[in-house]
Unconditional design. Sequence first.
Length: 372
Amino acid sequence: MSSIKCKRVMNGFQRINVIPKSKKLRTTIIWVILLTICLLIFRYKNIKIDQKNIQQLVSHRSVQLVKYKGQTIGTEFEQFYMNVSSDKLMDPLIHKHQYRTFLNTGNECKAKHKFILVFIYSATYKFDGRQIIRNTFGSISNFANRDIQYVFVLGQTNNDTLQGKIEKENVRYKDIIQGNFIDSYKNLTYKRVFSLFWINKYCKDAIYVIKIDDDITINIPLLIPYLNNKINKNITNVLECFTIFRSQPYRRPRSKWYTPLSDYPFPTFPPYCAGPSSIMSINVIRRMYKATSIVPFFWLEDVYGSGFLPWILNIEIVQPICYIKDMHQSVNKKPCHFFYINNIKNVSDSYEMWRTLETDNKLKQNHTCKCW
Ligand SMILES: *[C@@H]1O[C@H](CO)[C@@H](O)[C@H](O)[C@H]1NC(C)=O
Ligand SMILES: *[C@@H]1O[C@H](CO)[C@@H](O)[C@H](O)[C@H]1NC(C)=O
Ligand SMILES: *[C@@H]1O[C@H](CO)[C@@H](O)[C@H](O)[C@H]1NC(C)=O
Ligand SMILES: *[C@@H]1O[C@H](CO)[C@@H](O)[C@H](O)[C@H]1NC(C)=O
Ligand SMILES: *[C@@H]1O[C@H](CO)[C@@H](O)[C@H](O)[C@H]1NC(C)=O
Ligand SMILES: *[C@@H]1O[C@H](CO)[C@@H](O)[C@H](O)[C@H]1NC(C)=O
């Protein structure tokens, strides 16, 4: 807000040249004072955010090593946001939340209470991947009286033909949202924060949010009772996933995940959720969204969104026992995992996995999987 005001003052400053000299001097002085006040307010605001909020959040943990889920981990990465200058918190999207939604779904979130909101990170050109999901588990919009909504999250494209096709697709299915950033691998953190923005704006009454990649199949019949059980036990602050500990940045420039020292100087990342899937309760989403405004941008979205944000908020990551399994090894077997990942990208595996889940569900056996 104050940055906008400052800009207006500057514009006014340029326009006063035509005014007579004495008046001009007085006006100049007034403008200089205003500008100074404006800058002071602006500085003060940022300092307040940096120091008060961050230190409140992490001071109790500022030691070199901590035990986290039985593992000893370094905490040097806390410097990533504890000692940050305010110019690193100026990204219009990540920190100021100036997001716009170019394509949007209907209003279903308001009309009906969603038990699970599934966010599928899809690339603009992946029409087939989206269709497989609609044809398989994505066709279950209600299970055991729990409503489920699926949303494909996309960025922008410069290709007008492609954009036209996406818009047509959305007229038909109304399940795509598109944010104001170019859809690319390097921009996934923008997608992550856009998701948080969108949920807070359009679907903040959902109970759980699940984030997946487009090569994942969800075992809805196993997941719903699992989450019901959490509700019955009043468990909040849910962040569950396949957890990665003590992971080190890739320092070789040819790596797909190359992270130069200038982007991140510390030897390890905080514990974080592997990219393909995670389960979050809505209060975690809300808290993470707020925290984005004080954490500097970092392009690896899983490290940023499920590492830095939960760490700064002191949200513990849990890895359930039945979390994820390779799909190819799981077709036609008893489905006792929440997520299946199509590692070899074989489309028929996705359809077979779906048939496996459907068959198991039709048998209506009480679950023999011991997952909780
Ligand atoms: C914070 O940053 C300043 C300047 O970059 C540096 O001199 C100082 O050592 C840093 N403090 C910590 C605790 O890292
Ligand atoms: C634009 O998208 C269309 C439709 O997906 C595709 O056929 C075409 O090759 C794309 N053009 C460029 C320049 O990438
Ligand atoms: C997104 O990525 C493209 C290239 O991959 C880049 O030009 C652009 O500046 C990035 N950021 C946003 C906010 O779109
Ligand atoms: C859950 O919370 C409700 C209301 O806050 C309370 O009535 C109920 O006893 C709690 N259940 C458990 C298992 O703690
Ligand atoms: C894909 O998987 C199906 C069933 O598991 C198998 O029959 C088929 O040969 C596979 N296709 C490829 C290209 O690997
Ligand atoms: C399945 O579980 C429910 C309660 O969870 C129970 O009422 C029912 O009898 C069980 N059915 C079988 C076949 O075990």
